[in-house]
Design a protein around this ligand. Structure first.
Ligand SMILES: [Zn+2]
Length: 253
C-alpha cells in the first residue's frame, strides 16, 4: 500500500473500541482526511498515544486507492499541542470556531494548504493569550480569511447589482443571497438584507486576509465590534445553512 506523509491538524476525534480512535485531520497534502488510529491507547503503541483536538503533527498513513475502508494511521509525530487553548474558556471557544469553520466550509479531500497555514497562524495567535477584545479581532480575521479561501466572501465594497461604491457615512444593506451590498436604487421586494454601517463593512474587509498573529493589540470600538460580530454570524449562517454553533463570549459591558 502506498504511504502518504504530510503535516496535519486534528479537527475531531472519537474513541473507537477499547484501544483505538477515529480522527479527522486537516492535512497539507490531501485536505480533510478521516483516519483510523488502531491501537493508539495500547501501552506499547508506537503511534504516540491518542490525539487531542488541534494537535499539530506530522502523519504517515497507508492510502487505499479504490477501497471504501478508512485509511489507517501508520506513524505520528507531535509538533505542537497548543496548551494555551485549555487555559481559558474564551480561547477554547475560539478554537471551537476554527473547528466549525474547517468542518463546515471545506469539503472532504479538497486540498487547500492556505487553510492549514491560516489555522496554524490563528492557533499561534491564541497561544500568545490575547486579551479578550483582541481575541475577537483575531477571530474576525480567521472567519473572513476562511470565507475568502473557500470562495464564500461577500462583496462589501460596492453594490453587487450596479457596482456603485457606497459613500463613507452610509448605512449599507447586505443581501447575502445576492452576494453582498445592494444599494437603495437596486433593492426590490425580494429583500433578505440586513443593515451594516460603512465603517463596520470597512473593518470586515480590512481584517479579511490579515495574519491573526499581527492583531494582538488591535481592538475595535464596542459599537463596531458588535456590528462586525453580527455580520460574521450572518455570513457563516448563510454558508452553513444553519446558525453557527460556536459563539465567542460577548465582551463585558
Ligand atoms: Zn446598486
Amino acid at each position: 500500500m502506498p504511504r502518504v506523509t504530510t503535516e496535519a491538524l486534528v479537527l475531531r476525534r472519537t474513541p473507537f473500541g477499547e484501544t483505538s480512535q477515529i480522527a479527522v485531520f486537516l492535512t497539507r497534502s490531501h485536505g480533510r482526511v478521516p483516519l483510523i488510529l488502531k491501537g493508539v491507547h495500547r501501552p506499547r503503541s508506537r503511534k504516540g498515544g491518542g490525539v487531542d483536538l488541534f494537535d499539530h503533527c506530522r502523519l504517515t498513513w497507508a492510502s487505499r486507492k479504490g477501497s471504501r475502508a478508512m485509511a489507517q494511521l501508520v506513524e505520528r509525530r507531535l509538533l505542537s499541542h497548543h496548551p494555551a487553548l485549555r487555559s481559558r474558556t474564551d480561547l477554547m471557544a475560539a478554537g471551537d470556531c476554527l473547528g466549525e469553520l474547517l468542518l463546515g466550509l471545506l469539503p472532504e479531500g479538497q486540498r487547500l494548504p492556505r487553510a492549514l497555514d491560516l489555522s496554524l497562524a490563528f492557533l499561534a495567535a491564541l497561544e500568545a493569550r490575547p486579551a479578550p477584545p483582541a481575541l475577537a479581532t483575531a477571530v474576525f480575521a480567521l472567519q473572513g480569511g476562511m470565507l475568502r479561501l473557500t470562495g464564500f466572501e461577500p462583496t462589501l465594497d460596492r453594490c453587487v447589482m450596479c457596482e456603485r461604491r457606497p459613500e463613507a457615512h452610509h448605512l449599507l444593506r447586505v443581501d447575502l443571497v445576492r452576494g453582498g451590498i445592494v444599494c437603495s436604487g437596486c433593492r426590490d421586494g425580494q429583500d433578505h438584507s440586513f443593515s451594516l454601517s460603512a465603517a463596520a463593512a470597512r473593518v470586515v474587509r480590512g481584517l479579511t486576509g490579515r495574519d491573526p498573529r499581527s492583531l494582538s493589540d488591535v481592538t475595535l470600538p464596542a459599537e463596531i465590534e458588535a456590528q462586525v460580530r453580527r455580520c460574521h454570524e450572518r455570513m457563516l449562517a448563510h454558508v452553513l445553512e444553519r446558525a453557527p454553533r460556536c459563539r465567542l463570549p460577548a465582551p463585558a459591558a
